[in-house]
Write a protein that binds this ligand. Structure first.
Ligand SMILES: [Fe+2]
Ligand SMILES: [Fe+2]
Length: 263
């Protein structure tokens, strides 16, 4: 059996501070085997730096997934290109994009495949089909790999649910990221795949998806572009999922985690 903790998009300093408080506590509570976090917004809301990733690893995460913002900083690209990366990017970017879209992680005598893939509906990037990308990856890794977690970084609920259905019984878990808003549909699908449409973010509570609300309101009211700033919120919410994978690679348990910390 594998016990896994997965955190949604970590947003800026408030998100990192909340994560630092939450990870040791939750790791102990669940006695986890591995902790994964989506870090595409960890460095001031956009991308990752070496320093911020090191901070999150020190806090206790073992592996990181990402999304559309991960190429925004040079450090992110260098981290993706590392020989034995702890950070992956969506697998369905075109050939030539830095980094890899999946990795097999040894855990004791077992192996866990972590895959990152991105949606196409209402996303400006012109990506390969995420459904077919998953087929290709599952073919490549072969049937020996039974423990499989998929971070589906997407905007639209129907596309997220459809991929969950498509992969049901073929992977252990499909978790949505990117919208920063947690959905309530935590479930185990009929074929044994743990599923939630969006895990939600680890970031400032008093914000619009992590961003200073006044900036977003001005953008809506005036239609003038203005650079985004991380909300200066005294509290941050932690949205995560805990799940267990049985010896056959099926999900046997899924739990929603929602906590708020002073940051
Ligand atoms: Fe995000
Ligand atoms: Fe995103």
């Amino acid at each position: 059996m594998l016990k896994v903790l997965f955190f949604g998009d970590v947003y800026g300093r408030p998100g990192r501070r909340a994560l630092k408080k939450a990870v040791p506590k939750l790791k102990k509570h669940y006695d986890t085997d591995i902790v994964i976090a989506n870090v595409e917004n960890a460095a001031h809301g956009v991308g990752i730096t070496k320093k911020t990733l090191a901070e999150l690893m020190d806090a206790g995460i073992d592996f990181a997934t990402s999304g559309n913002h991960i190429f925004n900083r040079k450090d992110g690209i260098e981290l993706l290109n590392e020989k034995d990366p702890v950070l992956i990017r969506p697998a369905n970017y075109p050939p030539g994009a830095p980094g890899v879209g999946y990795k097999i992680i040894p855990i004791r005598t077992q192996k866990l495949l972590v895959v990152n893939v991105m949606g196409r509906v209402f996303m400006k990037e012109d990506l390969d089909c995420p459904f077919r990308a998953m087929d290709t990856i599952l073919d490549e890794v072969g049937s020996d790999i039974k423990n499989i977690v998929v971070d589906f970084h997407a905007e639209v609920t129907s596309e997220m649910i459809a991929l969950g259905m498509y992969l049901d019984g073929r992977v252990s878990a499909v978790f949505g990221t990117h919208t920063h808003v947690p959905t309530q549909d935590f479930k185990i699908l009929p074929g044994g795949t743990a599923y939630v449409t969006d895990v939600g973010m680890v970031g400032p509570t008093n914000s619009v998806l992590g961003v200073d609300k006044d900036i977003i309101l001005r953008r809506y009211l005036t239609q003038m572009s203005e650079s985004m700033e991380v909300a200066d919120s005294p509290q941050a919410e932690v949205n995560a999922v805990y799940f267990e994978i049985d010896s056959k690679g099926k999900a046997s348990k899924i739990e929603k985690i929602y906590e708020v910390y002073d940051v």
